[in-house]
Design a protein around this ligand. Structure first.
Ligand SMILES: *Cc1c(COP(=O)(O)O)cnc(C)c1O
Length: 407
């Protein structure tokens, strides 16, 4: 295999060519799309080479495979492109976003007697994991509003071993000051982890903002087509990559060849899709803002969003993501249900980041495990709807929202 000099490629080019970053030069008839390798085990030329393969790589330094749980060529291709897309030293893929988060927390060193400081408005299942898997193990879990301007002081006062945040909060799309957080974490020697699912490397590369580990639910924008479940962790340091690989292997949390293929295929159009998601979301946000049945819109691309300037500094391409939330003027569950049931184009479904628009009602989906007063405290009112704006025709999306709001 000859390595072409593709180090200067921009992100969109890199993603399009993701499954053939290294091109064989000697044989003709090579497929341009990587075949799906379903093999559980792999043969090597002799026992000595097999021995070396078990420890991860061949004498030539080339990556190899030995047994399915330890990785496969399709997963390796996906890891290579995600590592480069995020500017990391390596990446490990997992069977789901939650498996990726779990391994990132273990790789960061969470163990009995350690402390994690996390943002209070994390994805619900991530808080669920901290409470039901890490608290019983003896980890001190503290949650704060880290979207506030005194996040650095909170980190210095709490002295955590690990800091965990998300780039944009769910569902209100609050923006977090990644530079301030990573700087404070680094001063303490704490490992910083960020869940960048909502932003993807198209909008934000957290390693450039000082983060140690970046996690994604690849189920969302990276795959993008609502047909697979996967996760990935990208590391800024080799030692953390080794830890991630170790946990992926011993926990059996690896990603299958077929799902690796689907995510790699999705990535080829990530830049195009994100462009459209973001453009559509901005237009939908403007439309909703003017609608008589809507009280308030939460979207960082709006000039009146309290953190619009921070968002403009952090997010690339002058784009602000495909997710927004809005509050119905009638702040009741009945009004929210009526809106959801009236949708004809947008799917009333609980995921996000797919090609089609999806609306969800946080009190029965992402935030169902919170009490009504906890939701109020986080600013999630009874009339709050989260919208993942798809890549359909903008007018069609707006027309559907309008008829569901008016009928
Ligand atoms: C969906 C999601 C997860 C969990 O990912 P799965 O692939 O469903 O396991 C984690 N974090 C965020 C921000 C998500 O949206």
């Amino acid at each position: 295999m000859k390595q072409y000099d593709n180090s200067s490629w921009a992100l969109d080019t890199l993603l399009v060519h993701s499954s053939k970053l290294s091109r064989p030069t000697n044989n003709s008839g090579t497929p341009t799309v990587q075949p799906i390798y379903t093999s559980t085990t792999y043969l090597h030329s002799n026992a000595d080479v097999l021995d070396q393969a078990f420890s991860g790589s061949l004498p030539s330094g080339e990556q190899t495979c030995v047994y399915g749980r330890q990785g496969n060529p399709n997963a390796q291709a996906l890891e290579e492109v995600m590592s480069r897309a995020e500017g990391g030293t390596g990446a490990v893929v997992f069977g789901s976003g939650m498996a990726a988060i779990h391994a990132s927390l273990l790789a960061a060193g969470l163990a009995p007697g350690t402390k994690i400081l996390a943002a209070q408005d994390l994805y619900g299942t991530t808080i669920g994991m901290l409470r039901s898997a890490f608290v019983p193990m003896g980890v001190d879990v503290v949650l704060y509003d880290l979207c506030s301007s005194n996040a650095s002081e909170i980190i210095r006062a709490e002295q955590p071993d690990v800091v965990f945040v998300e780039t944009l909060s769910n569902p209100l799309a609050k923006v977090i000051d990644l530079d301030a957080i990573s700087t404070a974490a680094r001063e303490l020697g704490a490992i910083s982890i960020v869940d960048s699912t909502f932003t993807t490397p198209y909008l934000l590369r957290p390693i450039e903002h000082g983060f140690d580990l970046v996690v994604h639910s690849a189920t969302k924008y990276l795959g993008g087509h609502g047909d697979t479940t996967a996760g990935v962790v990208i590391s800024a340091r080799n030692s953390l990559v080794e830890q991630l690989r170790h946990y992926a292997t011993i926990l059996g949390a690896m990603l299958s060849p077929f799902d690796s293929y689907l995510i790699t295929r999705g990535l080829k159009t990530l830049a195009l899709r994100m462009e459209r998601h973001c453009n559509n979301a901005l237009q939908v946000a403007h439309f909703l803002q003017e609608h008589p049945a809507v009280e308030r819109v939460h979207y960082p691309g709006l000039l009146n969003h309290p953190q619009h300037e921070l968002a403009a500094r952090l997010l690339r391409q002058q784009r602000y993501g495909g997710l927004l939330a809005f509050e119905l003027r009638e702040q009741t569950r009945e009004a929210a249900y009526r809106f959801m049931d009236n949708l004809q184009l947008c799917l009333p479904a609980t995921t996000l980041g797919d090609v089609y628009s999806e609306a969800s009602y946080p009190p029965i989906s992402s935030h169902r495990n919170l009490t009504a007063s906890e939701r109020q405290k986080f600013g999630i009112t009874d009339g709050c709807i989260r919208l993942s704006v798809g890549i359909e025709n903008t007018e069609d999306i707006i027309h559907d929202l309008d008829q569901a709001l008016t009928s």
